[in-house]
Design a protein around this ligand. Sequence first.
Ligand code: DC
Length: 237
Amino acid sequence: MSTDAPAPGTGQPSTAGLVIAIDGPSGSGKSSTSRGVAARLGLRYLDTGAMFRAVTWWMLDHGVDVHDPEAVAARAGEPLVESGTDPLTPTISVDGVDVSVEIRSDAVNAAVSPVSAVPAVRARLLELQRAVAAEGDIVVEGRDIGSVVLPDAPVKVYLTADPAARAARRALEEGGSDLAATEASLLQRDVIDSTRATAPLVQADGAAHLDTTAYTLDEVIDQVVALAEAVAAGDAS
Ligand code: DC
């Protein structure tokens, strides 16, 4: 579908069919921003971090040693991960079990980066992520969306924020967990996510960098929506 015509009755360029890739480290505001942008523009939403978390939960639940990449790779084809893409009520299940709460546990937080670094896990989820995104009309968030999963996405955003701001946001999301421990945990995940051999966290070619430290969520959403509308109108670089 063309994305350069005004949406009927709005005077805004239509963002129908658009694919928006949003990457960044934990606590950069990715999830809230991605959901907000999707809701505002009437797009679907895919949280790829939740998919890696669901696989991690499954590995822990099945007694797999998450620090043994060969053991994880050997079982990577087994979990059946399904993501609901409504930005207002995103869901995640594995083997038919809703794991939305379980995937935010400390155990999963501690194990998700090593599990995500296993190429067989990435290959399986890459296929799923591309299948979901293939229909368009979607905001996809993660670490490697603009660089590896959807390198041709017309809108790419790389969100960052100061570590202290990121820890404060994550602690709030987690219901007031210890700030120092939260910051240490996310910085540790940053190191693993940015230095792994397969699809490390990087700012993708053509991605707009947005440091969210000084902005409210609504201001960040406004900026991403403006970028998407500029791309839809054909006047963004
Ligand atoms: O966004 P999040 O904190 O829920 O992501 C959890 C972990 O999943 C993160 O530490 C790295 C991994 N991840 C990834 O490797 N690639 C993605 N596209 C998304 C997440």
